[in-house]
Design a protein around this ligand. Sequence first.
Ligand SMILES: [Fe+2]
Length: 293
Amino acid sequence: MSIAIRQLTPVFAGEVSGVDVTQKLTRDDVAEIEAGMDRYAVLVFHDQQLTDPQQQTFSRNFGELEHTAGGNITKAQDRRLDPYMADVSNLDKDHKPLARNDRKRMFNLGNRLWHSDSSFRAVPAKYSLLSGRIVVDQGGNTEFADMRAAYDGLDDATKAEIEDLICEHSLIYSRGTLGFTEFTAEERTMMRPVRQRLVRTHPVTGRKSLYLSSHIGTIVGWPVPEARAFIRDLTEHATQSQFTYSHKWRQWDLVMWDNRQLLHRVTRFDDTQVRDMRRTTIAGDGLTVAQVA
Ligand SMILES: [Fe+2]
């Protein structure tokens, strides 16, 4: 394939041409896309009309697929998709938009907050690949913020202060921010907090980045309100417009991003319209910090 990438903002994000993700990629093609990910951190592929199995096959070029268990409150019998496909739609298993006060919908509204996928897992995600099967006309953008540029933009004293800080992440914290606090005992066990470094170093480029997420509930060793106020300050800094790219979806866009280097969120849209988005997630290859038993 003859792959070309056009940079979309002065800082990051690339639009890819010359790739048909439904075709088998050569080793060189995969290496070229990975190099693009290392550089741009988010890549947009237009006009990729694919099936779920094709999305999974393309995704496996970049690592093992993450299983969706533990990342949502949908019961197995209510799932619309294969357990290796994260259902980022607003639909029930009969393909109907969820009611306004449906518990799953309210849980999913957490995606409106800046986050990094699976930062609530001890081994957090590497890449996410999101396919726009049915998109909405207004709103529903996916916005990205470059945590490398955000880190670079900190002053030296802040960089020194945060270098070795450890945060606790849980879905309970991000949902709690929106007032969604009613979890069963089983869900609370599933969502028990994990630890993540606040500063990560990219394994290939060596660039440092801020590892923020709405899933953060505290910083280990800090009083909770002080930790949350500081994380809020850092997030405000890190999501200033010069660090962001807002993706307006076209049907059959496939957008791939590196959760180790970016934050993202969805913007508001009319939830009575069908929005069918399907995500495959590439598992990370290790802990960012030792967990506490
Ligand atoms: Fe997400």
